[in-house]
Design a protein around this ligand. Structure first.
Ligand code: LRH
Ligand code: MN
Length: 424
């Protein structure tokens, strides 16, 4: 299903007067408004190809129907999201869940929907039918060289798919680790993993990047072989200039200060990108900003401060991706809400009075510094984000229009109630 431009224009027309009033009110005190608008319009977040169905949890799965049956329908759904918010102009593929069978037609579809291919994701955490060696005891860390070589070979195949599509980066997340004390020699596991990553690194095309995604735990784990930002940075530093760390917000131990981690990885020029989501306890992959919106703002505050200090291009110099899975929400509604939360936190970080904040910090004016930050966080920037969509021919209220046009009902008519999307 695609949404015709005239339906978006009609929607915007019906909301324009109220929007313009809200926009005037909320921008009265915003300095450098044109720069803020420019940054918001340029900012694009990649949608994961594995988060367009209702994966549920290990205990149960409750599909809402109309799920995409193949990569083409997944790109159609992401194209629909992008037509509504003009901020989802990229897709991140997971191999082998979404192998591009016909590269030419997939690239044509991407061009039609205004999508580019962001980071490719390899998968050595599941055994595929007919696979020679099992990843039961890990992949790149495995004590058996044949298993390690199989994992290296898979990652190089994923790079090839990416080159065909015009992607320029590979994300490696390893479910490698151990379930019990004594099961694993941590040093050998690290060295085997590094050796494997070095072979993958050597296969990267000149302008490509590799993102080493860390994760503290999954249920049943005693240790993970890329367990935290320190270990990921160790790998990235040992691999070379094309290797970076990837921060998935859900991959931290409770109460980790993620904004401080982000600030230091940026300082080291080793922050490659993000998997945005939110969580209450573990790797819950919940809607971005649904549980800890202040933390998300604080992370964007460090990102804007650090990227400006390093004169980085906000939109292109880091990998911006969502990594979510859906249980009780409609996957597309969930993704629309996640993009909205990201744009709101980014906009609030862009309006922080940086000069005043530096002055407060230099004078140890602790309360003053908090007031400056929370003034931005407590500023309602929703009309500013909506205006950026309006200027990009998107919808003023994407979720409302999604519902008004009965998109899910139409997808169920088109695809049926029982279709299951690959991925999470
Ligand atoms: C692991 C992870 C990783 C993906 C997977 C789908 O939890 O965050 O980024 O490979 O989710
Ligand atoms: Mn992730």
């Amino acid at each position: 299903m695609q949404i015709e431009k005239h339906k978006i224009e009609a929607h915007n027309e019906s909301l324009l007067t109220a929007h313009k009033r809200r926009f005037e009110n909320s921008t009265a005190d915003i300095k450098e408004l044109n720069n803020v608008m420019r940054q918001l319009i340029d900012f694009q977040v990649a949608i994961p190809s594995w988060a367009l169905g209702t994966g549920g949890t290990r205990f149960g799965r409750f599909s809402g129907g109309g799920e995409p049956r193949n990569l083409e329908e997944k790109m159609e759904d992401i194209g629909l999201l992008h037509s509504l918010n003009q901020s989802s102009g990229a897709i991140s593929l997971h191999i082998p869940w979404d192998v591009p069978r016909n590269v030419a037609s997939i690239k044509a579809l991407a061009a039609q929907f205004g999508l580019r291919f962001d980071a490719m994701n390899s998968n050595t955490f599941q055994d595929q039918p007919g696979q020679q060696h099992s990843y039961k005891f890990g992949s790149l860390q495995h004590v058996n060289k044949a298993v390690r070589q199989q994992a290296v070979k898979h990652n190089i195949e994923v790079i090839k798919h990416g080159v065909d599509l015009g992607s320029e980066s590979l994300t490696v997340w390893l479910a490698d680790g151990s379930c019990f004390p004594g099961q694993l020699n941590f040093r050998k596991a690290f060295q085997n993993t590094l050796e494997g990553l070095q072979e993958i690194y050597a296969a990267l095309p000149g302008d490509w990047k590799i993102f080493v995604e860390y994760k503290a735990f999954e249920p049943n784990f005693y240790s993970t072989t890329v367990g935290d930002w320190g270990q990921s940075l160790l790998y990235a530093n040992k691999l070379g200039p094309k290797a970076y760390t990837l921060v998935d917000l859900g991959h931290h131990l409770p109460n980790a200060n993620i904004e401080q981690i982000v600030s230091l990885l940026l300082m080291e020029k080793k922050l490659g990108g993000f998997h945005f989501n939110d969580s209450k306890y573990g790797d819950d992959d919940l809607t971005v900003g649904s549980i800890k919106p202040y933390q998300l703002f604080l992370i964007f505050n460090e990102l804007v401060e650090g990227m400006d200090a390093a004169r980085m291009n906000h939109n292109t110099d880091l990998g911006w991706m969502i990594d979510a899975s859906h249980n009780v929400k409609d996957p597309l509604e969930d993704l629309l809400q996640s993009i909205e939360a990201i744009m709101i936190s980014y906009a609030q970080a862009l309006i922080v009075d940086r000069k005043a904040l530096v002055a407060a910090q230099e004078n140890n004016d602790v309360a003053g510094a908090q007031e400056i930050l929370q003034d931005a966080f407590r500023t309602d920037v929703r009309a500013v984000v909506a205006e950026a969509r309006l200027r990009s021919s998107g919808a003023l209220q994407p979720l409302a229009l999604f519902r008004e046009l009965k998109v899910r009902e139409n997808l169920i008519k088109e695809r049926g109630l029982k279709t299951i999307a690959t991925g999470l």
